[in-house]
Design a protein around this ligand. Structure first.
Ligand SMILES: [Cu+2]
Length: 321
């Protein structure tokens, strides 16, 4: 008996001590900053707790019975040939009823409410933003404000070629972030021009597919100003991992100022026909370097690393078992 207790105590310590060593649980989700993220995290934590308790109770009873009533101590299995007593019927029905109540009420109601929250994209929306996935970048449109721009990966080629990235936001940085106001509900429409992409920002609790030919939607209402990062979460294709998402959340006055500046820049861009030929050539070179050279290089190669390496890996013939 003493040996068993030592074993249990030792196992418990070995389990708990490494957990205390972590200042922050590495398996923790990112801090939620939207109602959707908070609600889905609450549902996740609730479900995980209930499942852990059910597992512990069920497995605990099983373990206790196996050890306490083992055959080596002289116990023999009951034959159950006699009719069941009311107590036995009650003990059989109780777990079933408990599970039904937990599934359909304790877990079902919060889950149903979370799904309704996710689907409520239009009510009280103060701003509409259209997100378009396109190999391998995101385009953002503010249809009511007349603003649109493309957001490209901005991690330098040297970093990507080095094989030893030092940038803390390696492959999670863009040239133009999506800018949104804080505390306002923003309706986000998603589509794609080519293949299926997935717009994923963990701290917003959103992972929504962008499907060509369809308009999907979701919404965000960000709690506080900051920079929030995500990625295209679609699998397959060499470049989805190089489509980072950066959202800059600004307080309303700062957002209004950014909006005015962006509208002025858009008006200036629309007047591009007034530029001289050298100015047009310079602008064309900039656009080529930003948008085209990622895939269509002047050397004739199809893609720049790491796209080339990723594509080569994805196209290598499969080994036969
Ligand atoms: Cu993608």
């Amino acid at each position: 008996m003493i040996k068993q207790r030592k074993l249990i105590l030792g196992s418990t310590c070995l389990t708990l001590v490494p957990q205390l060593a972590f200042a922050r649980n590495p398996f923790e989700f990112q801090t939620p900053v939207t109602p959707i993220a908070r609600e889905t995290l609450y549902v996740h934590d609730l479900f995980l707790t209930i499942i852990a308790v059910l597992f512990s109770v069920g497995f605990g009873f099983l373990l206790f019975s196996v050890i306490r009533y083992r055959a080596s101590r002289g116990h023999r299995p009951a034959l159950f040939s006699a009719p069941r007593t009311p107590l036995q019927w009650a003990l059989s029905a109780l777990p079933i009823l408990t599970l039904v109540v937990i599934d359909y009420i304790v877990m079902g109601i919060p889950a149903y409410h979370a799904v309704l929250t996710l689907a409520n994209t239009r009510e009280d929306a103060a701003l509409v933003v259209k997100v378009t996935g396109s190999q391998w970048r995101w385009r953002y449109d503010y249809p009511d404000q007349g603003i649109s721009f493309i957001s490209n990966l901005s991690t330098s080629q040297e970093q990507r070629d080095s094989g030893a990235p030092t940038d803390p936001n390696y492959l999670l940085e863009v040239d133009k972030p999506l800018v949104l106001p804080v505390g306002k509900k923003v309706r986000v429409l998603l589509t794609s021009t080519d293949v299926i992409h997935a717009w994923w920002i963990p701290s917003f609790g959103i992972k929504q597919d962008a499907v060509p030919g369809f308009l999907r939607e979701t919404w965000v209402k960000i709690d506080r100003p900051g920079i929030y990062r995500g990625q295209c979460a679609e699998l397959g294709g060499g470049g989805h991992g190089f489509m980072p998402i950066v959202v800059e959340a600004k307080a309303q006055p700062d957002f209004d100022k950014w909006l005015a500046d962006a509208q002025t820049a858009a008006a200036q861009a629309a007047a591009v026909t007034t530029l001289s030929k050298p100015e047009l050539l310079k602008r064309g070179q900039q656009d080529y370097a930003t948008y085209c050279a990622l895939c269509h290089q002047p050397t004739g190669l199809a893609c720049r690393a790491p796209f080339r390496r990723s594509l080569a890996a994805s196209r290598s013939p499969r080994r036969r078992p």
